[in-house]
Design a protein around this ligand. Structure first.
Ligand code: MTE
Length: 335
């Protein structure tokens, strides 16, 4: 047996540099969080205990501090059981990183998410390109626990951290003729291997859109975090949309441009297969997709022996809040 005085080993010598840095940021974040609590901000979001703490994606320091101060979920959150972190961050659709559900987690970790700029353009009085850090200055983050229903008939319950899209749009002062909001994901084939593939179905960059009243609805969220930490790249870091009453494909990830327009903007899946995907894409158990019945869904985690199939709700269970937006519209025609 070898007995000797152990030399001083720094954590950075035995831990890969990136993980070491993430842990340092995490610890700093914790300190900031407890300082906040002690200073009386009792509403700050409690930290989630994760099965594997190393899975956390803390993001930059400036964001950690905001996340630690985020308010708890309020009236818009569901009390349903949360989908575990490992499923939320390990079973993803993000075609820029591949077609498989595990591809985004495996291939997106190198995505550079800070600094990040977002262009606000079109029918607004204050257009410009802004750093995300500046956009978030003065914004109070809050947690929203929402159901996410994918058109592929699986669903999750996810604790996002973000702020209403309406708050951002108001700051840039939309003009009277702004009727739609278009969103664009980063296009960077060097960082996004799916955009280099010759077999892709999507005409990059990924684009999505909402009608102005949908965009201004208080449920419509811009998320920067999940499970109390920064969004991991596979979930659309550093800024993604969350529209809980619509199929998941409307919730566009890694947004670099928000454009207000008079005309209805093109959307990626509608452009790819217009007979399958409409502009509205409201969750609707009465209208099937050609390949997937929409009447039920697999609530993850699900397995062969425990498939966890539940009924799908109109507007994903948010009908009381949003059905009035579509009054008089034939939802079979406007799918
Ligand atoms: N955004 C971009 N840019 N690229 C995508 O492939 N997939 C969409 C949506 N946003 C997608 C995207 C689909 S189909 C779904 S179901 C949700 O992201 C999945 O979000 P999640 O991986 O965070 O669960």
């Amino acid at each position: 047996m070898l007995i000797g005085k152990p030399r001083d080993v720094r954590a950075s010598e035995i831990t890969p540099e990136s993980i070491y840095r993430q842990r340092r940021q995490f610890i700093k974040g914790l300190a900031a969080g407890s300082a906040m609590l002690m200073s009386g901000q009792a509403s700050a979001l409690a930290r989630y205990a994760l099965d594997d703490e190393q899975q956390r994606y803390p993001g930059p320091d400036w964001l950690q501090q905001k996340l630690r101060a985020a308010g708890k979920s309020g009236e818009f959150s569901t009390a349903e059981k949360l989908t575990p972190y490992e499923h939320v961050t390990g079973y993803n659709n993000f075609y820029e990183f591949g077609l498989g559900k595990e591809d985004p987690k495996a291939r997106a970790q190198g995505l550079k998410t800070d600094p990040w700029s977002v262009e606000i353009s079109g029918e607004v009085h204050k257009p410009g390109t802004y750093q995300l850090e500046d956009i978030l200055k003065g914004v109070d983050l809050e947690e929203r626990i929402y159901r996410l229903r994918c058109v592929e008939a699986w669903s999750m319950v996810i604790p996002w951290v973000g702020f209403p899209l309406a708050d951002l749009l108001k700051r840039f002062d939309p003009k009277g003729n702004a009727r739609y909001v278009a969103f664009t994901t980063l296009e960077d084939p060097q960082q996004m291997p799916g955009q280099r593939s010759r077999f892709g179905t999507i005409d990059w960059p990924y684009v999505e859109g909402l009608r102005m009243d949908e965009a201004m609805h208080p449920l419509t969220l811009l998320a920067v975090g999940v499970y109390g930490d920064a969004l991991p790249p596979q979930n659309g870091a550093p800024l993604r949309l969350v529209v809980p009453w619509k199929y998941g494909f409307k919730s566009i990830k890694s947004i670099v441009r928000i454009h207000l327009s008079e005309e209805m903007p093109p959307t990626s899946w509608n452009r790819t297969a217009p007979q399958e995907y409409g502009f509205y894409a409201n969750v609707n158990p009465a209208v099937d997709h050609p390949r997937w019945s929409q009447s039920t869904e697999r609530r993850l985690p699900s397995s062969l022996f425990s498939p966890n199939i539940i009924d799908t709700q109109p507007f994903n269970g948010y009908a009381d809040q949003v059905a009035h937006l579509y009054k008089g519209m034939d939802l079979r025609k406007w799918y």
